[in-house]
Design a protein around this ligand. Structure first.
Ligand code: SF4
Ligand code: SF4
Length: 111
């Protein structure tokens, strides 16, 4: 892990607003979600998640087409990438992604 990534994890771990159960939840019980209107696809969530829940990749074209023009423009500027959740069922509610996301795009819901 790069030094800047270690610092991101350290900052998120110490964040006073970190939600969740600090990795003590059963996997997949809490629900993690990404707001595509906010996500800029830069991947801080990928860096901090201990369970590889996230991947950054191209946004689905159908979803992209359904978004408001300004949101589409923002996504286009960022290469039309967004965060996906291929392993959402591995989430143990550590909460790091929520406080690490600079766009406030990640939410974590209790069961
Ligand atoms: S969800 Fe947040 S941290 Fe993850 S790629 Fe999108 S903007 Fe970046
Ligand atoms: S709360 Fe976020 S960072 Fe933590 S395990 Fe779940 S998806 Fe990964």
């Amino acid at each position: 892990m790069r030094e800047s990534d270690v610092e991101k994890v350290r900052r998120a771990s110490a964040h006073p607003d970190r939600p969740g159960e600090v990795c003590r939840a059963d996997a997949g019980v809490w629900k993690v979600a990404v707001d595509v209107h906010r996500c800029e696809g830069k991947g801080d969530c990928v860096v901090v998640c201990p369970y590889q829940v996230f991947e950054v990749g191209p946004i689905d074209e159908g979803v992209y087409a359904s978004l408001p023009m300004l949101t589409r423009l923002k996504l286009w500027v960022h290469g039309k990438k967004t965060a996906h959740l291929p392993r959402a069922d591995a989430c143990k509610a550590c909460g790091l992604c929520v406080v690490a996301c600079p766009e406030g795009a990640v939410s974590l819901s209790a069961p």
